[in-house]
Design a binder for this molecule. Sequence first.
Ligand SMILES: *[C@@H]1O[C@H](CO)[C@@H](O)[C@H](O)[C@H]1NC(C)=O
Ligand SMILES: *[C@@H]1O[C@H](CO)[C@@H](O)[C@H](O)[C@H]1NC(C)=O
Ligand SMILES: *[C@@H]1O[C@H](CO)[C@@H](O)[C@H](O)[C@H]1NC(C)=O
Ligand SMILES: *[C@@H]1O[C@H](CO)[C@@H](O)[C@H](O)[C@H]1NC(C)=O
Length: 356
Amino acid sequence: MLPLQLWVLVSAAATAFAATTPARRATVCNGHAEFCSRLYSNVTYVGAHDSFAFSQDPFALARDQEVDIPTQLKLGIRLLQGQAHMNSDNVLHFCHTSCSLFDGGSVLDYLKIVKTWLDQNPNEVLTLLFTNPEGWGPATVWRPIFDQAGISNLTYIPPSLPVKQSDWPTLGSMTDSGKRVVVFLDAEADGPDPTDIILPEFSMVWETPFSVTNASFPCSVDRIHGPLATEDHMYMINHSLNKNIIPIGSGVIITDPIDAPTTNGVPSILANANGCAPLGGNRAPWVVLLDYVNIGAGLQAADILNGIVKPSASSSAVSSSTAPTVTQKSAAVSDRPQHFAVISTLVVVSWVWAWI
Ligand SMILES: *[C@@H]1O[C@H](CO)[C@@H](O)[C@H](O)[C@H]1NC(C)=O
Ligand SMILES: *[C@@H]1O[C@H](CO)[C@@H](O)[C@H](O)[C@H]1NC(C)=O
Ligand SMILES: *[C@@H]1O[C@H](CO)[C@@H](O)[C@H](O)[C@H]1NC(C)=O
Ligand SMILES: *[C@@H]1O[C@H](CO)[C@@H](O)[C@H](O)[C@H]1NC(C)=O
């Protein structure tokens, strides 16, 4: 047995050590040391549009991704988008347009997958941007799901709303505090049933229009509200190129993986970002939202927008090595069945036929 005096000494030393040991400091944030001191709002992230709507099956026309959530995150995707619908079993699901068209499973199961990744990657800041077309209550319907998935305690809760672009914390401080998940909802977050962990998107973010069918992506500010000036919002380029495969009436639009190598290529993304910069305080976009994130070079484009120069990507990368890469991938993808578009059209026509 140690004498009492020694115990006192040991415990005093332990207390002193605990008091002087600095809080954990991340030295690498979202993969880059220089990001730790950058504002959350001053980093360009690549987002996965309809992240839950993944399928390898080319006949799954309502898919917008090929690879699953862990693979998207592993690739470097740091914003996950999803569209929620109440399923017939009274459970909130992620579905594309309707759960009979594409049911991506329950929001709870999805968030549990995200939580596993968050636990394995403590130096990563992740944004969840969900759309709420049926207007389910943030506090009564959404919040309990985040609580159950164990994500609520990891969310960043701003001291006041709305947060100006220049007022977000740094990635380093978010990582150090463990509050490294930012959750936005496009509708109802500033409605009558709010909850602090879910932020209203459009008072702090503007988006380019969706359902774009023009490959030059003319930029304009879509869906914005609240007291902040446009340039005090972060902005997201909704960089999915849709195809109107039945140009009758309002048409039937889908995203086509055959276009993805070009659409998700560096030249197309940088052109869209450059076109939007004058509307966005001459800053790069906060998010580049893509379909088929595993195709093309979305993350390379983000590295360029973030000013990250990688040893493998010299300044000539944009003009020389990137272009052939894009071409090679185009060639590889066009090895897929040439009749894809025709078959897709036939499948959709038969669906539309069945619905009439
Ligand atoms: C959040 O963390 C606190 C303290 O660890 C815990 O008591 C609480 O139950 C957690 N809440 C949720 C929703 O997980
Ligand atoms: C982005 O574009 C898609 C399709 O063009 C649209 O469904 C979606 O609502 C837009 N916004 C977000 C946040 O996904
Ligand atoms: C596509 O966008 C470009 C750039 O804004 C514009 O010049 C062109 O007229 C647009 N094309 C169509 C068909 O709207
Ligand atoms: C971050 O700030 C730099 C310097 O002002 C700017 O060039 C860049 O576009 C900004 N990026 C974002 C995503 O705000």
